[in-house]
Design a protein around this ligand. Structure first.
Ligand code: HMG
Length: 387
């Protein structure tokens, strides 16, 4: 039985910072950000968008095509959680009126968590063949003003429906995993921004790629040339490019060209959005599918990395007619119609985002009609509304 991705929804907030503006404000050469880091813009979530509202928006994109009677599982992966106890998925479930009988919870392991959700969802569908699972990854990356990590911030969500006979990507059996207890990046409960050892995290990411990629090829008896594309967790696009260079080392010209072209296409959305932690890898998959020209049966590799750290490599095959399931025009418009923030405006939004919400507060949204947003808090209960 083929199991895999049947729907992909994507959401990123309606505001961004241009990397040239940021470089100028930070007295940096713009080429460091544009080329050295490989980012053009970064999405900014104002106080009306949190992990939950972004997750609702990404899911709402395809909800009308889901057979809700068959939905049995909803997993929310995030490292930007809004509560130490209650799952973010319960807010999604209420907002979108999902069935009461589904099993639902939130999970965490840095950026790896959406991959963990995908594997749990796949096992769930294997065990319950006619049922489907919904998985959401949603995050806001915050490092701090004028820090080296600032240029790698971002905000957004990906939501996917996992089921048998999927319309987009059928996952292949097998994966290679690697984990170690290390301190490359983490988000202590008492801090509103991440703690990161940037250069160390970059080295560990590459070490974990080496620990999973070659062993995967050996285990599955595959060659690099058997992949049409390889998608990476993209904390910033240059990071994935470094892993890509390891993957193509010593390959023939045709393979190098195909994988390099498809790498650039997979990085297209990330260049505009920045790091969305749990959802970053899946935003690259969507970017490749919506901007590339993959054919039915093409094999795509997935490299998932989550700080702390945990990595996994696995693969899937593109399904015949997958293009009909995608919404590239909608996503292009969402990215195009964003508001370009001045650095002062961005800094104000950023600083406001670090504050804890008061017990009672009300927000209005400037988002487009139909967008879900955080409308405030009543007695410490977050309120979500649709504009
Ligand atoms: P930095 O120290 O400011 O930058 O921070 P740098 O000095 O390392 O320079 C970056 C690149 O720009 C270098 O290229 C320079 O040569 C180049 P590289 O050697 O890497 O190929 N450069 C220029 N290029 C063109 N023109 C110029 C120019 N100047 C310099 N004029 C760092 C960079 C990534 C460390 C920082 O942004 C950071 O700490 N980011 C956050 C951490 C991060 O994203 N780590 C990635 C791996 S960990 C991960 O992926 C997990 C994560 O997503 C979290 C999770 O799992 O939840 C983060």
């Amino acid at each position: 039985m083929d199991i895999g991705i049947d729907q992909i929804g994507f959401y990123t907030p309606n505001k961004f910072v241009d990397m040239v503006d940021l470089a100028n404000a930070r007295n940096q050469d713009p080429n460091k950000f544009l080329i050295g880091i490989g980012q053009d813009r970064m999405a900014v979530a104002d106080k009306t968008q949190d992990a939950v509202s972004m997750g609702i928006n990404a899911t709402a994109e395809y909800l009308d095509q889901v057979d809700l009677e068959k939905l049995g599982l909803l997993i929310f992966a995030t490292e930007s959680g809004i509560d130490q106890s209650k799952s973010a998925s319960l807010f999604v479930k209420e907002a979108l009126n999902l069935p009461a009988q589904i099993r639902t919870f939130e999970i965490k392991e840095a950026c790896f968590a959406l991959t963990a959700s995908l594997q749990v969802a796949r096992d769930y569908v294997r065990a319950h063949p006619h049922h489907s699972a919904m998985i959401i990854g949603s995050d806001i990356a915050r490092y701090g003003l004028s820090t080296p990590g600032e240029v790698t911030q971002g905000a957004g969500a990906i939501s996917m429906l996992i089921k048998e006979d999927p319309a987009i990507i059928a996952l292949e059996d097998g994966h290679t995993s690697h984990s170690e207890n290390i301190n490359d990046f983490w988000r202590p409960n008492n801090l509103a921004t991440a703690v990161v050892d940037g250069h160390y995290s970059r080295d560990v990411y590459l070490d974990f790629f080496k620990s999973t990629f070659k062993p995967f090829l050996e285990e599955k008896q595959l060659a690099v040339a058997d992949f049409a594309g390889i998608c990476y967790h993209l904390p910033y696009t240059k990071m994935g490019y470094k892993a890509h260079k390891i993957a193509i080392e010593g390959q023939d010209d045709e393979t190098v060209k195909r994988l390099s072209d498809n790498f650039q296409l997979s990085a297209k959305y990330s260049r505009q959005v920045g790091n969305i932690y749990t959802a970053s890898l899946y935003m690259s998959v969507l970017s490749l599918l919506e901007n590339g020209e993959l054919e039915a049966g093409d094999r795509v590799g997935f490299f998932s990395y989550g700080s702390g750290a945990m990595a996994e490599f696995f693969s899937g095959r593109v399904v015949e007619g997958y293009q009909k399931r995608l919404r590239p025009a909608l996503h292009a418009r969402m990215l195009r119609e964003r508001i370009r923030l001045g650095i002062g405006q961005y800094e104000e939004i950023f600083t406001e985002g670090l504050q804890a919400l008061p017990e009672n507060v009300e927000f209005t949204s400037d988002a487009n009609h139909g967008t879900w947003y955080l409308a405030g808090q009543e007695g410490y209960v977050r309120q979500y509304k649709q504009k």
